[in-house]
Design a protein around this ligand. Structure first.
Ligand SMILES: O=P(O)(O)OC[C@@H](O)[C@@H](O)c1c[nH]c2ccccc12
Length: 256
């Protein structure tokens, strides 16, 4: 079992904040500070986004964060160099579209990550059928390739996806892009319960999670949550205390 899965299975309810690499007044030099803030607040793991010019699954908040990072000339080469230099008390998960990885060299990229705190990878634009472009290079490295499961995924395909799942299953709670709040369908909870029954790895819910009541709701039907836009927005607006308080409240039952 890979480190990411082992780590998350030991946590009562998983909380994974998402940040955009380089979206900090100090650019990538601010990465260590943000990782420490999130880990100290109680994050179970941290998802780090790679800025990309054509982020098809990203809503406006994440897209703007990516544009700010790109304006600082943040690229995958610098991100990898910084990931090799930072330390993290919790596992890191890199979320990137395939294009930057392909440009960098998939083999070189994954080899470079083995020397870092990165224990997971999310590549939303590579479907299950094409994942051998990544898994061939992961080989026996301790990096979990996280599977995204959407609401519209039928049961048979869900079964296939969870069979391949490593680290955790990313349950996408909304059809569409990141950052849409208050848009959950009525069938969502039943869908998540079913997915949790199918999956041996933890199921975490993301897309639109932005309040403590969302966190409570999903903690009842899954193993935890991923929060992107809310965290990215608050950090950009300098609201570190709000981020700290939110994560502390969302994870307080983990210490009981
Ligand atoms: O921003 P939200 O709605 O809280 O959703 C998390 C999301 O931002 C993060 O996990 C993410 C950012 N870009 C993505 C692309 C695909 C899948 C997931 C992501």
């Amino acid at each position: 079992m890979k480190t990411l899965e082992k780590h998350l299975k030991n946590i009562n309810k998983v909380f994974i904040p998402y940040i955009m690499a380089g979206d900090h007044e100090k650019g990538l030099d601010g990465l260590q500070e943000t990782i420490d803030l999130l880990a100290n607040a109680g994050a179970s793991a941290i998802e780090i986004g790679v800025p990309f010019s054509d982020p098809v699954a990203d809503g406006p908040v994440i897209e703007q964060a990516g544009l700010r990072a790109l304006a600082k000339n943040v690229n995958l080469t610098d991100i990898v160099a910084h990931l090799q230099a930072v330390s993290s008390a919790v596992p890191l998960i890199v979320m990137t579209y395939m294009n930057p990885v392909y440009q960098y060299g998939t083999d070189k990229f994954l080899s470079a990550l083995t020397e870092t705190a990165v224990k997971g990878l999310i590549v939303p634009d590579v479907p299950m059928e094409a994942q051998n472009f990544i898994t061939d290079f992961i080989g026996d490295k301790d990096i979990a390739l996280v599977q995204l499961v959407s609401l519209t995924t039928g049961t048979e395909r869900q079964k296939e996806l969870v069979k391949n799942a490593e680290g955790f299953v990313y349950a996408v709670a909304i059809n569409g892009v990141t950052g849409k709040e208050n848009a959950y369908s009525d069938e969502l909870d039943a869908h998540l319960r079913q997915l949790s029954l199918l999956s041996e790895v933890p199921v975490c819910v993301g897309f639109g999670v932005s309040s403590l009541s969302d966190v409570e709701r999903f903690n009842k039907v899954a193993d935890g949550v991923i929060v992107g836009s809310k965290i990215v927005r608050d950090l950009h607006e300098g609201k570190k205390d709000e981020v700290l308080a939110f994560i502390q409240s969302a994870t307080q039952n983990n210490n009981k």
